[in-house]
Design a protein around this ligand. Structure first.
Ligand code: KIV
Length: 512
């Protein structure tokens, strides 16, 4: 079996798209999960892009236990130094430097002649090697580059010390045949090609990113660059879950394996949805809500007789359980612990007690507590808020005055107000705004509700995104009552605003 290196760029290329910005705390949560699930390389950010990005990469480098931690860097000395500094604390750190190789980019964007590009590649790759032995070089827009020049550039990069060569389909233009041809040509014609691992980075503009990645791997690439849920620029990047599950499900076809524990996929997908507030489409391969749903009578009949009739992979293989262990208000500590084990969640004693108390509170309100509810409980909530919701009473419906009475608790004080609004959510937010002075300068950018499970008693997960000058803040709240979840999400975001103001430590990065 050929081992494929999984390079996850959710925190760099994934984050580099509208609506996907994450705070340093959120990036740490995501990185921790990627590290646990067996991703080989985590591209944690672009250290030179901002102070926030630099600190996030550095913080991830400090805590990662297994994965190589990587920072992107343009072909500039200052960028490389910054990337080198950010990944320094990592057990294994990588600098990923790049420059374009296509005629169109060189002529219109970089305004460089090809010989000058070769010199830049040699200088910058050699410079990056001063900081780490692990240097990746990317030929941006490789799939639209002249193959002869691409070979010269790759040879120069390997000669200067690059250990990974990435040939991206930057604009999502290539087809699987083009990609396979490019890899075979470059790997077959560059004299020192055997000194580096070849990698592919696909964009999904034509919906071909996963197919292209698999073609690259079949043609000899040893690393796949992916993101959770396929998030990324424009139509997104190759999605981790699609590549990992294809390699696993079609071992017979590809004869390749990777180190990602697929049982964590659903959890990772949900975490990204929760921190970004961007849900995946219901029919998204692997992680969409319908990916394992069987609606038609013929399919249901087959499923009841043998799940293999209509299921090519099991829900369990991505971390969804079909277990008989129904969690509810009668479930005790032991059952809860078993369920966490089943879901691959390990918590310390205090975190376990917190999660158990939240589970009991939820089970009081909701008959059946699904795995998704538990994942949401564990990933989404933070009890250490200064501002907490004591009570919420809402009046709404046809013909009624839409109003909310909100009671908050902060520093031993009870704060109470009743405000009217344009609908119940507006009334709640107006009430909270009235009670929390910091809300004045934080502008609401996104309000999004996501039902965690099916059914009218589903837990609602709400994301609120605020913008404060150059800073974005995401707040999350989960509850069976959508209005309570909305209030919690707004308060969560405002607590972050307060913490940011108090610490002024660049915890949150500017919107780019
Ligand atoms: O899409 C792209 O070409 C990139 C490179 C920097 C790898 O993101």
């Amino acid at each position: 079996m050929k081992h494929i290196i999984i390079f996850d760029t959710t925190l760099r290329d994934g984050e580099q798209s509208p609506g996907m910005s994450m705070t340093k705390e959120e990036k740490l949560l995501v990185a921790e999960l990627l590290d646990t699930m067996g991703v080989d390389v985590i591209e944690a950010g672009f250290a030179m892009a901002s102070e926030g990005d630099f600190h996030a990469v550095k913080a991830i480098a400090e805590v990662a236990k297994n994965a190589v931690i990587c920072s992107l860097s343009r072909a500039k000395y200052a960028d490389i130094e910054r990337a080198g500094e950010a990944v320094k604390p990592a057990k294994r750190g990588r600098i990923h430097t790049f420059i374009s190789t296509s005629d169109i980019h060189l002529k219109y964007q970089f305004r460089l002649e090809k010989p000058a590009v070769i010199e830049i590649i040699k200088d910058t790759v050699a410079y990056a090697r001063r900081f780490t032995d692990d240097v990746e070089w990317s030929a941006m827009d490789a799939t639209r580059s002249d193959l002869g020049f691409l070979c010269q550039a790759v040879e120069a990069a390997i000669g200067a010390g690059a250990t990974t060569i990435n040939l991206p389909d930057t604009v999502g233009y290539a087809t699987p045949d083009d990609v396979a041809h490019m890899f075979r040509h470059v790997m077959g014609n560059v004299p020192n090609a055997d000194k580096a691992v070849f990698s592919f980075h696909g964009q999904n503009d034509l919906g071909l990113a996963t197919a292209n990645t698999l073609a690259a791997l079949q043609a000899g690439a040893g690393q796949a660059e992916v993101t959770i849920n396929g998030i990324g620029e424009r139509a997104g990047n190759t999605s981790l879950e699609e590549v990992v599950m294809t390699l696993k499900t079609r071992k017979d076809r590809y004869g390749m394996e990777c180190g990602v524990k697929s049982e964590y996929i659903m959890r990772a997908s949900r975490l990204i949805q929760s921190v970004t507030g961007q849900s995946v489409q219901v029919n998204k391969a692997i992680v969409g809500a319908n990916a394992f749903a069987h609606e038609s009578g013929i399919h249901q009949d087959g499923m009841l007789k043998h799940s293999g009739t209509y299921e090519i992979m099991t829900p369990e293989s991505i971390g969804l359980t079909r277990s008989n262990l129904v969690m509810g208000k009668h479930s005790g500590r032991h059952a809860f612990k078993n369920k966490l084990e089943e879901l691959n969640i390990t918590l310390g004693d205090n975190a376990f007690e917190d999660a158990f108390n939240r589970f009991k509170a939820l089970a009081d309100k909701k008959k059946d507590v699904f795995d998704e509810d538990i994942l949401s409980l564990v990933d989404g909530e933070d009890d250490s808020h200064a501002l907490t919701l004591l009570s919420l009473a809402v009046q709404c419906g046809t013909g009624a005055v839409q109003q909310a009475e909100v009671v908050l608790h902060q520093d031993g004080q009870e704060l109470r107000t009743t405000q009217q609004g344009n609908g119940p959510v507006d009334a709640i937010f107006k009430s909270i705004k009235m009670l929390v002075p910091s809300a004045e300068s934080a502008h609401l950018k996104i309000y999004q509700v996501h039902a965690v499970t099916a059914g009218t008693d589903a837990q609602a997960e709400v994301t609120v995104r605020l913008e404060m000058g150059e800073t974005i803040i995401n707040g999350h709240g989960a509850d069976v009552d959508t209005l309570v979840a909305s209030a919690k999400a707004y308060l969560d975001a405002l607590n972050k605003v307060d913490r940011l103001r108090a610490r002024k430590d660049n915890l949150l990065e500017p919107v780019s």
